[in-house]
Each structure stands twice: as structure tokens, then as C-alpha cells.
Design a protein around this ligand. Sequence first.
Ligand code: HEC
Length: 460
Amino acid sequence: MIRFALIFALAALPVFSAAAPKTSADAKVTFNEHIAPIVFNNCASCHRPGQAGPFSLLSYGDVSKRAQLIRAVTRSRYMPPWHAAPNYGSFADERRLTDEEIELIGKWVEGGMPQGDAAKLPAPPDLPQGWQFGEPDLIVEMEQPYRVPADGSDIYRNFVAAIGTKEEKWVRAIEFRPGARSVMHHSLFKADTSGKARKIDARDEEPGYSGMDAGIRGLVNLGGWAVGGNTRVFPQESPKRLPPNADFIFQSHFHPSGKVETEVSAVGVYFTDKPATRTSIGFQIPPLYGRGADIDIPPGESSFTIRERFTLPAAIELYTVTPHAHYIGKSFKGWAVLPDGEEVPLIHVPDWDFAWQDSYIYAEPLRLPAGTTMHAEIVYDNSAENPHNPHNPPKRVTWGLSSVEEMGSLIFNGLAVREEDTQAIRAEYRKLQRRHVAQAAEQAKKRRRTVRRSGTSGGE
Ligand code: HEC
């Protein structure tokens, strides 16, 4: 799917190399002076041994060997991967080349890829080996490897692992390391103090068990990871509480890749001595990953749109926004309308790519006053022209957990500006959730009726 998209991007690019005039200015662009700093700063974090990139980009040889492809993927902005539109919300660690940098790469390739003066080569990037966030205070690893078959449908499975901490701890960050990157779609982290998860796991020989929370109450939510994701850092004043004597649960979603893979996930956990002084608030627009948003997309429809809004009863500071949809998601837009009518951009992902489920961290916590209405608009493209469409020819697609069904929401995390307003914001959000639970039931009923009438099996 991804390759397919890239071929499109390549096909759209004119080929200059032979015809481009070699002016003296072009000839001056060298690897050592101009290209190495760009690649070291923007590519090497992933393109080096042990990281997500499929090859290293650390030397003249690495880069010149793939120069044409690198020129194409930087020009199309396929690389570095970053899907939020510029100048619409300001985010930490934006992965984006400037127009000048892209032009320099082009000129260097057209100029015959000179290596240049060795004295100008910057020192190799000083990037952490192993854990990106430094040596963790605690490493929790799946107790048994899990074999992901070559094909078949998506797998949702829970794996229990001992944590071993005997006192209450406060978690400031969690870093996830998948064992088999090609099949790991996402993993949610929970802690279980009831011992039930371990009992359910022991019912059969196979590692783990299926079913979301398997009816276990009181699981502690510790965040999660999805493809393209970074270390999950919690706001300083709001670390996550890890209760004593708990088991860790990896709630993982695999998408078979065509090849048998063996998964052993691990997390690195980083503690802080300072307990939380503020309570984090997580909410989605629309709630429930869009279960009540009437996602029922006819085959061929190229801009099916869902919309929802949420009005804040009290001031909030937003820390992160995470757009979530599956393959035929096309774009996301989030914005806020302040009580005085001013519009504040929250996020715009004009060209959604399922493979990159980034959490976007606001460069500065984004403060929205009481009475602000937050809006979300999510568009889906279920046409045959969408190269990401898993169905060929396109089929009716409805809401569902599998990645060939759809979901959609903007997931926000924040803190009430005044801690005592936390409950008011949560209560207002619960109202929105309840409305969507009721809508979801209505919509499911309606869908069953239309399926019966048309005599089709619907959108599996
Ligand atoms: C956040 C991690 C990350 C960063 C940063 C990154 N890449 Fe990649 N790159 C990947 C991954 C993962 C793949 C393989 C999957 C894919 O093609 O999307 C990839 C694939 C590629 C490919 C192969 C495309 C193909 O289909 O064969 C090229 C070329 C490439 N990257 C160049 C770059 C360059 C040049 C930069 C910096 C300007 C860069 N990448 C920055 C993660 C990254």
C-alpha cells in the first residue's frame, strides 16, 4: 500500500537529472557541507540500525546510493514522515524539511552528487542507541513470544507481564519497543491489580488472550503506542499512577504481513519521585472512536464526512492531539472557536496515512477558555482512486474494530487550568459520550434494517 502511494508520487515527478543545466551555483552543493547536516538532523533518527527506517542514512555511500529516491521522497514530502499541515497548530519535534533544504538535495543530485571537502563533514549524529529516552528505570517484557501467522484477519490480543514493583510508583514516560515492526499496528498499555488477567491468560496454552478488557474492571490506563509513535511522555504535573503489585497488560493489535513473525514487545518505564498534582483529562471528538458518528460509507464515495463538536464548561490546556482512523481515512481537521468568535487551529492532517498514527504534542500547552467550542471534521475516501483502499472494488464500510472497517476521532489530552474544574469538564464530556452510545444503538438498528432490505451482507 505504502509503496503504491510512493510510485504515484514518483510518477508525478518530472525527471530532471539529465537535462538540468549545471550552473556554478549547483556545482557548489556538496554532501559534506550541505547534505550531511540535513540528513543527520532529519533522517538519521529513524534511518540507522535498530530503528524503523528500512536502511541507514549515515554516510556518503548510504545517501548517494539512493540519491534519486531520496530526491523524490523529499520533494513529495513523503519523507520525513509528518502529516500535520504547516502553520495550523504548532507542534514539538516537527519532522519537516524547509523548501530550501529540499531544493539543496535536488541540486546536489542534479550536480552529480559531489562529496566535497572532508573537513566540512559534520560529526556523525549523536543519537541514543537502544532506548531513545535513556536507560529506563524498569523494563517490562512479554513473558512468552507470540507467533503472528502470515495471513488471516487482524488479531487483537492481550499479553500479561509481571511488573514487580511493590510500592506505588509515578510514571513520567513509557517507551515501547515492538519485536516485529512489520505486523505490530498498535498496543495499549494497562495495569491490572486484580490478578484476573493472569488467570484468563492461563486458561489455554497459547500466550495471551483475546477480547478487549475481557470484563476486567478497574484496569489502569497507561497510554499506548502506534506505528510511527514516539516515547509517550506525560505532563510533568500529571504523571500516571502505577499501583503496587500490578501486572502489565499489552493490549496489542496485529495486522498479518504475509510472513510469519514472532512478537516480543517490551516497554521501558521511567519513574518520577513527584506524585501528580493535576489530573489529566482525555477525550475524543467524536467520542468512542466514532462508534456513534454514523460511519456508513457507500462504495465509491470519495468524501464521506463526519463532524462533531464539544463545548468546554471550563478552561483547559491541551497537551496532545492524536488523529485516529483506518485505511480509507482521508483528512482530519480540528479547530476551536473561542467565546469571542476567534478561531484557533488545533490540527490539520490533509493527507491521512494509516501507517503513521502520530500523537502530536503542542509546542506549548494550548489554552482554551471556558465556553470554547472544539470542532472535529473527518473525511473518508472509499473510492477506487484511493490507493489505500483495502477493498477492490470498493465495498460499503461501516464502523468496526478491524482495520478494514472504519473509525474516526480526534483524541485530546489536557489538564483543567484550575484543577477543581476537572470534574466539570469530565461530566460535560460524559454527556457527549452518552449521546453517542444512544446514537450508536440507533444506527446499528438502522444498518441491520438496510442490510436486510438490500439483501447484502454489509461491510465486512
Ligand atoms: C520517523 C522515522 C523516519 C524519518 C525521520 C525518516 N524516515 Fe525515511 N522511512 C521511514 C520508514 C519507517 C520507512 C519505510 C516505510 C515507508 O516507506 O513508509 C522509510 C522509507 C524511506 C525511503 C524508502 C521509500 C521506499 O518506498 O523505498 C526513503 C528513500 C527514505 N525513507 C528517505 C528518508 C529521508 C531522506 C529522510 C530525511 C529527510 C527520512 N527518510 C526520514 C522512517 C523515517
